[in-house]
Structure formats: C-alpha cells, structure tokens
Design a protein around this ligand. Structure first.
Ligand code: GEK
Length: 255
C-alpha cells in the first residue's frame, strides 16, 4: 500500500469568503460550500492549527502500538490522518478517519486518490455511533465542541474503552475561561487574529453568530474532569494559544 504525503496532495486551497456577503447567516453546517473552502478557513480561524496538526502526527508516530489502529474522529479533510500517514511511511499502520459530513469525506477521498491511496479508511459515520476498537491513538481535534454536551461523557467513555492499554487520546478544543475579564480578552485577541488573517470585522461577527448555537466550548477544567470520569489515568495540556488548546490523555498501561 502506498503512503500519503500531504504536500503532494494539496493544491492552493480556495479562499474562504463565505461570510463576506450581505445575507444573514443561518446556523453553521459542514456542507459542500464549507468543505470547498475548509482548508483555508481552518488555517485562518484556528491559531496554532499548523503546529497542532504537526505535533498530533509526532505524538501518533511516537505512541502508536504495532498491530493497533489510529482513529481521527471528526477528520474533516483528513489533515491529521494525512500528516500521520506521511510520518508513518515506513511502518504498517491502519488509520480510521470518521466524519458525518459527506462533502468533507469526499474531499479526503479526493486527496487520497491524488496520492495514489494510503493507509486511511474513510468512514461516513456519526462519531457518537462509531465503534472504536484496538486503538492506541485517538484524535478528536476541534470536534467535541460540536457534540451536544449531554452526549460528551458517553462519547469519551466509549473512546477510552476502545483503546489499548497505554494508548493516548489527543483532544483539541476551543475553550472558555472562568474569569470573565480574561475570557473577553482572549476572545478579543482571537478576533484580532482573524482580522490579521484577512477576515473583515463583519465576516468575524457573522461567523460568530452562525456558530453561537452550534459550537459549545467548555473550560479546560471541565474537559479534564470529563477525561478523568471517562477513565483516563492522566491528562496534560500540551498547547494553548488564547482560547484554543490541546490536551493529551493516557489510558492506564496495564502494568
Ligand atoms: C482537523 N479535525 O482538520 N460525527 C462525525 N463528525 C462530526 C460530528 C459527528 N457527530 N459533528 C461534527 N463532525 C479536523 C477539524 S472540524 C472543526 C474538525 C471546525 C465533524 C464535522 O463534519 C467537521 O468536519 C468536524 O467534525 C469539525 O483537524 O470546523 O472547527
């Protein structure tokens, strides 16, 4: 089986100007319009995204257990899956990429086809229903925030239970802060970041309105408490840039 190299798969991505028009936005959905500009959108909307993907691939390469699987839940266009596949070029591995947006998976399948294949199995599924089995690495990057809070505990428990002893779980999320003043400051810093990335004030405010009822962020303390309830032995935050953070949690290694 050939292995993926994201550099070859990527043409210059179309620019995201979905919120530049005058129409009032409805709730944000991962449809074909979003999938078409998603690569540009996420790079210009998540501070540190390039670092998070690169380090996710490093963590996966380091912690992968031979004979097990890697899951990329809420994979979108497969940035993490493709980065891992590229790193694991000389090793046999099985990467399961799951998303419930058909247009996103079509985008990932196109990228894989352009690479002549790769060790990535694309699954069109709701991650709440997806069976996680024999996983030494599970990635949930910027997707838990779109899951109803009532379903989050059960999802994390199922992920934990489907992992091998000593496996790692990478969770990246937009977060909120307990302190209202710092929270406002971080939001302001984030909006300035988006303007620095070329979005107008109007685009930032329309996108914020579209996400208001769809993206429900939580504090780091809430995430850490949930990871502990799900059964993870330890959790550390390894990245933060204002209100975007990434954590790594370990399942007990069975010794
Ligand atoms: C990246 N991880 O590039 N089941 C399956 N997929 C879902 C569900 C669900 N219930 N809900 C949302 N999604 C990626 C970025 S984007 C984050 C992840 C963002 C999918 C949704 O279709 C979308 O592709 C992804 O989760 C969230 O590192 O856009 O901020």
């Amino acid at each position: 089986m050939t292995h993926a190299s994201p550099a070859n798969a990527m043409k210059k991505p179309p620019r995201d100007n979905l919120y530049a028009c005058n129409m009032m936005p409805g709730d944000f959905v991962f449809d074909e319009k979003v999938a078409a500009v998603f690569e540009d959108m996420i790079h210009r909307s998540v501070p540190g995204y390039t670092t998070i993907i690169a380090m996710t691939a490093r963590l996966a390469e380091t912690c992968f257990q031979p004979g097990s699987r890697i899951y990329d839940l809420g994979c979108s266009l497969g940035a993490a899956s493709l980065a891992i596949a590229s790193r694991m070029r000389d090793r046999t591995c099985e990467i399961v990429a799951v998303d419930n947006s058909r247009p996103m998976l079509d985008g990932l399948e196109e990228r894989l086809a352009a690479l002549g294949g790769g060790p990535v199995e694309c699954r069109h599924e709701d991650i709440r229903e997806c069976i996680v089995e024999n996983a030494s690495v599970v990635i949930l990057n910027f997707t838990l925030q779109f899951i109803s809070p009532a379903d989050r505990d059960r999802l994390l428990r199922r992920i934990h239970d489907g992992m091998t002893a000593g496996g790692i779980f990478i969770l990246s999320e937009k977060i909120v802060l307990n302190d209202p003043r710092l929270n406002e400051l971080y939001i302001e810093m984030y909006h300035q970041f988006k303007q620095d990335m070329g979005y107008s004030e109007m685009e930032v405010s329309r996108k914020r309105a579209a996400l208001e009822r769809v993206l429900l962020p939580e504090t780091l303390a809430v995430h850490k408490a949930r990871l502990a309830r799900a059964g993870f032995e330890s959790v550390e935050q390894w990245f933060q840039c204002f209100n975007f953070a990434s954590m790594v949690a370990c399942k007990r290694d069975g010794r």
